[in-house]
Design a protein around this ligand. Structure first.
Ligand SMILES: *[C@@H]1O[C@H](CO)[C@@H](O)[C@H](O)[C@H]1NC(C)=O
Ligand SMILES: *[C@@H]1O[C@H](CO)[C@@H](O)[C@H](O)[C@H]1NC(C)=O
Length: 991
């Protein structure tokens, strides 16, 4: 009998270990230690525009101009000092203004107060009567000019200035606090669980710049657990928070790690009687878009009992989903206004009034006022307001706990909390208006004892728990599912349901699709098989980490039930799918979900102008009101029509889709005619904009950037027209290609010494010899798509050397050098593509990998390891000279750095042409090595080791998808025979 019990428990442990071990085997290449004694504070800094945490306008770009709060860790040993010293009478400090503000009194000391509010303020000037309107100041009124650096002083009897004597006792916080992995399905909205256990950046109710504001931070979204010594009955309840603001104790230290779509919070606390790791993750299955559209997050707590006695463990999650704190909803459709005692009364009153659809609570004329609305207006951030959408909770064992918000508005839908139950576990649920009450009951019993079903409950907080016991040495995983179902995704007033509403009928349906622990194992395996392609490779850790985590960029994608796939340039720049910005980010999209990129190609083709120009975007805009759906348009650009041509070739070769090529080719032909027409005078694209729009390069006759895009487009045209047997077009492009090369030689190459030289940023100007980094982006694309060198390699290499010689900074390659003084932030800034493309090209030019990757590593590590903010990589960072060197400067959650996805291609020298069944490699590493094989919907690795007689042994293993080839070769060592592989299989050859 004893023997038998033993066997069963072993079996159970083996079974439970499976998810435990799978989660435990997820690899992470970043970490942040967040301790409960740390002090974290926002500092307000100068930035051009970035995305704020709290979004105060709906149907509008999520942006903040000129100043941005950035989280810092305060050093308690250093004093915080901020004085105006010295004060400079009758002195102006002209320039360097980042803010100009009318002070509340005509007193220069007000400028000191204002200046101290901004970390970037290093000096100020005060005018009792401003000479003219300037930013927020008005002519004739007093004005404080706040400066981000201290300019040369000038005598001026009407101005008082001061240089600040201030300390900055702040350092960058650990990884996981400024940003964290966004979890949630693809196009379903997401949430970030940060390293201190707080939940941020909620977009799961279809929030976007076309609807309501994201929910920046929800303090009452909580995870907690309770450990009980079953011998002594002593118990210990903890919130998974380092800085709890509730009555329950938190955790001493959390070690945060992220590998998209997994966050891991290691709980490091010697007073805990168990070893605990929390995982939060979502479904992400590459090559299976529908499966990846699952609107859900799983919280899994890995628990091990290291004690000689048995313990019980209770794990719970509570979410305040019935009330949105500091969010206002304003509607003209008021059906009732009441003066309630508490905002929770609004929820009940709305519930009792059949025509009530949503509510808003605020203090109005000193009275708490509740407005009931017959519609559901979009929410936006406003401190002191609380609002919500009509809804009610229900729960009946074995669950789920569901909050139902019926209706057809964007914010109507369902939430669900459901613990994973099994024979050795029990679960419970509750709904409560009072979070302390809810937490205290959990601390007392590890559950909510009431076993009666919950029906039509209107409480603010819904919670579920799951409990089990662990024998000495035993380990288990307790999991809770958080799912949602918000089918009605609006665009302003236009209803566009989410695609996922075609896959699921309600939230319980979502939950059932991943509703048992075997499913969690499948989810973990899907994630691991993708991660392993990178993490088991010979690539450097910084690159593996960036490849895995940059995919968090998908957070802003949308997929509608009409089949439209759309994505913002960024939440703070609210245009949709500009061709050039899409291309910077597109490689993981085309690899993981290639159909999404094809959908966009068809749409760009549809909006092609009669003159053949491809329009820049599906919906125009940036920094303002969101335009109506598909208000397409844009500028005349050197990297839009050209990229459309290149991407046609890329998609055709990589997916062997003949129908796609036939559908696109007329648009390609028309695009080529446009491209030739804008290059007809000098043989290079004339006066066009490009993705680097801030320096306004279209003022110049031509630029190297657009000229190399032109070369690449002409090369792609030659390939495409050959495939289509279109000799006329082939000849046109061939001739244009030859002319363009000669013209670049003549107009753009510049020898600045006997041994050195570079391509000029542009022709014309005042004859200055400016250099532009990332000028050779066209060559990056040409290599990845198998078009080879567009120009003399040793000349291009010279240019890259000059980029470093003339434009290198601590933070990466400066965009434009030699046009204006360095203090101009627009030229001086670090655009995140240049350093990556520099490394890609150096690899293709056979520079030894460690040297080639220097710039890429520096650029990405600035964000990963200095700012510790890799899940909010910006498009542009500031350089030195204007006060915020190395800090985010423009546009959050951006894709510019994602051109580093060309690096694995440059490392492996991968060439794919599935239309002819060809896959070849020319790796840049020396034996032995393993590198990823990246083809849309097809993933694997190439391993090369030394074998006997100076030969090498090549192994191509497939992890995901199917692969059929006529020709497989590494260097020129060809696999003898054709190849047919399915996931899990491999081929080997020697040579
Ligand atoms: C956003 O608002 C919340 C209150 O709702 C506040 O706790 C948080 O600090 C704000 N974030 C910033 C960056 O100011
Ligand atoms: C700045 O403050 C420090 C510390 O209070 C002081 O020692 C120093 O003299 C001040 N510098 C100026 C220029 O006033």
């Amino acid at each position: 009998m004893k023997y038998l019990l033993f066997t069963i428990s072993i079996l159970q442990i083996v079974h439970c270990q499976k998810l435990y071990e799978l989660l435990n085997s997820v690899k992470f290449f970043n970490e942040g230690w967040i301790s409960n004694s740390d002090v974290y504070e926002y500092q307000y800094e100068y930035a051009y525009y970035t995305e704020p945490e709290n979004v105060t306008r709906q149907r509008f770009s999520w942006m903040e101009l000129y100043s941005r709060p950035y989280l810092y860790k305060r050093n308690p040993d250093q004093p915080l000092q901020c004085d105006s010293n010295p004060i400079l009478a009758e002195t102006d400090l002209p320039g360097a203004d980042f803010l100009s503000i009318i002070p509340s009194a005509a007193d220069p000391s007000e400028c000191n107060t204002l200046c101290c509010r901004y970390a970037s303020c290093t000096s100020w000037s005060y005018a009792s009567a401003a000479p003219s309107d300037f930013n927020d100041c008005r002519q004739g009124r007093p004005c404080c000019y706040l400066k981000s650096y201290t300019p040369q002083s000038v005598r001026n009897p009407n101005i008082i200035s001061a240089i600040m004597n201030r300390t900055f006792p702040f350092e960058h916080p650990p990884s996981g606090l400024r940003s964290a992995v966004p979890i949630g399905g693809i196009t379903t909205g997401s949430i970030e669980l940060r390293g201190d256990g707080t939940f941020h950046e909620w977009t799961i109710e279809n929030q976007s710049p076309a609807t309501g504001a994201k929910l920046g931070f929800i303090n009452d979204a909580l995870l907690a657990f309770r450990i009980t010594n079953l011998d002594t009955k002593a118990s210990d309840t903890r919130l998974i928070r380092t800085h709890p603001t509730h009555s329950i104790k938190g955790i001493q230290t959390i070690k945060y790690h992220g590998s998209y779509p997994v966050s891991k919070l290691e709980l490091v606390d010697e007073s805990l009687k168990a070893t605990l790791d929390l995982y939060a993750y979502s479904v992400f299955k590459v090559a299976d878009l529908n499966r990846s559209l699952t609107p859900a997050i799983i919280f899994s707590l890995n628990v091990r009992n290291p004690n000689p006695y048995p313990i019980s463990i209770d794990f719970m999650s509570t979410l305040p989903l019935s009330a949105q704190i500091d969010q206002t909803r304003q509607s003209n459709h008021i059906i009732q206004q009441i003066t309630p005692a508490n905002y929770t009364d609004c929820i009940v009153l709305c519930h009792q009034n059949p025509s009530c659809a949503s509510w808003n609570w605020q203090i109005l004329n000193n009275n708490p006022t509740c407005s009931l609305y017959s519609d559901v207006p979009y929410n936006e951030y406003l401190s002191g307001h609380i609002s919500g959408v009509r809804g009610q909770w229900s729960f009946d064992k074995p669950g789920p706990l569901v909050l139902d918000r019926p209706g057809s508005a964007t914010a109507n839908g369902q939430f669900l909390l459901w613990p994973y139950l099994s024979s050795n576990r029990t679960i419970s649920a509750t709904v409560d208006n009072n979070i302390e009450n809810l937490l205290n009951k959990f601390a007392e019993n590890g559950r909510w004892s009431d076993d009666t079903p919950i029906q039509q409950s209107t409480g603010v907080h819904g919670a579920v728990s799951v409990s089990t016991t662990l024998q000495p040495g035993e380990q288990q995983t307790l999991s809770i599912l958080f799912a949602w179902y918000f089918p009605h995704h609006f665009w302003l007033d236009l209803p566009l349901d989410n695609y996922y509403s075609l896959l699921f009928t309600n939230v319980t349906d979502v939950a059932k699709s991943i509703g048992n622990e075997e499913q969690l194992e499948v989810i973990a395996n899907d994630i691991l098989s993708l991660h392993n392609i990178y993490s088991n490779s010979s690539m450097p850790d910084y690159l593996i980490d960036s490849l895995i985590n940059s995919v968090s960029h998908m957070r802003s994608a949308m997929y509608f039930s009409n089949g439209d796939w759309r994505q913002w340039e960024a939440f703070d720049c609210n245009d949709v799918d500009s061709v050039h910005n899409d291309h910077q980010r597109h490689l993981p999209y085309i690899l993981y979900f290639p159909e999404t990129e094809k959908l966009k190609m068809y749409q760009w083709a549809k909006y092609q102008q009669p003159d053949g120009m491809i329009q820049e975007t599906f919906t125009v805009g940036c920094l303002g009101d969101t335009e109506s759906y598909d208000t397409h348009g844009g500028r005349r650009m050197g990297d839009v029509t050209s990229i459309f041509i290149l991407e046609t070739l890329e998609l055709y070769r990589w997916t062997n889709d003949t129908k796609f090529l036939n559908d696109m080719y007329p648009h390609v032909s028309a695009g080529i005619q446009w491209q030739l027409s804008v290059s007809s005078n000098i043989g290079l694209p004339e006066n066009l904009e490009c993705t680097y729009d801030i320096p306004y390069l279209s003022q110049y006759p031509t630029t190297t950037f657009n000229s190399f895009m032109h070369l690449a487009a002409m090369r792609a045209c030659m390939e495409l027209s050959k495939i289509m047997r279109d000799t006329k077009t082939y000849n046109q492009c061939y001739e244009a290609y030859i002319v363009a090369g000669k013209q670049i030689d003549k107009l753009l190459w510049y020898n600045d010494s006997l041994d050195t030289g570079y391509f000029l940023a542009y022709t014309g100007g005042h004859g200055e010899k400016a250099i532009f980094t990332d000028a050779l982006y066209g060559q990056v694309l040409a290599y990845t798509y198998g078009l080879g060198s567009l120009y003399n390699v040793s000349i291009m290499l010279k240019h890259l050397e000059s980029e470093v010689r003339l434009a290198d900074t601590t933070y990466g390659l400066r965009m434009l050098t030699g046009r204006e003084p360095l203090t101009n932030p627009q030229d001086n800034s670090i655009w995140m593509g240049a350093s990556q493309d520099w490394s890609v090209l150096n690899l293709w030019f056979n520079i030894e990998p460690q040297s080639a990757l220097v710039q890429s590593q520096k650029g990405l590590n600035l964000v990963r390891q200095v700012l510790n903010d890799q899940w909010n990589t910006h498009g542009i960072y500031a350089a030195d000279g204007y006060g915020v060197g190395g800090k985010p400067w423009i546009t959050s959650h951006y894709g510019f750095h994602m051109v580093f996805w060309h690096l694995p291609f440059a490392l492996s020298g991968q060439y794919v042409d599935l239309s002819n069944g060809i896959l070849t490699f020319s790796p840049a590493l020396s034996v032995p090595y393993t590198l990823p094989v990246l083809i849309p919907n097809i993933f694997g690795s190439l391993s090369v080791i030394a074998s006997s007689n100076d030969n090498r042994l090549f192994t191509l293993s497939l992890s995901i998808g199917n692969l059929s080839l006529n020709t497989l070769a590494v260097y020129n060592v060809v696999y003898p025979g054709s190849v047919h592989l399915t996931a899990g299989q491999s081929v080997q050859w020697v040579g």
